[in-house]
Design a protein around this ligand. Structure first.
Ligand SMILES: [Zn+2]
Length: 131
């Protein structure tokens, strides 16, 4: 495949109106939100054995920082085709398509292959492309 055709295919597969792609997903896609923080705190209190004091709970920011530290862009093996280039099932990574107006908080979570990761991260097209 020619490099320009690969790029056209990539861009054609992006959701309409979401031309900007970045690696990773927004925190909410990983379940990092206030509701889950409250559930975490609630579970910690509810699991306190009889007669013992409730555990010291982290602040929302402390919990969020810890959860963020456990995020991986590597999603592991998937049976699905790459969202952006359509390549066969394989290891997938988290990416996000956003509208050109980044003030708009809407987004589309994507799962993409390693070739697309390199293109998203630094504009490199797959090595098997011809010029
Ligand atoms: Zn791909």
């Amino acid at each position: 495949m020619k490099t320009e055709d690969w790029i056209k295919n990539f861009e054609r597969n992006l959701p309409e109106g979401f031309p900007v792609v970045a690696m990773g997903w927004p925190e909410a896609e990983y379940g990092i939100c206030h509701e889950n923080y409250i559930n975490y705190c609630s579970d910690a209190v509810n699991e306190t054995p009889d007669g013992e004091s409730a555990p010291l709970l982290p602040t929302f920011e402390e919990w969020r920082r810890k959860e963020r530290g456990e995020i991986s862009y590597d999603l592991g093996f998937s049976q699905d085709y790459c969202d952006t280039c359509g390549s066969f099932p394989g290891i997938r990574y988290a990416a996000t398509a956003m509208p050109s107006d980044l003030a708009d908080k809407d987004y589309v979570a994507l799962t993409v292959c390693e070739g697309c990761v390199l293109y998203i991260a630094n504009g490199e097209t797959p090595v098997d492309c011809e010029d």
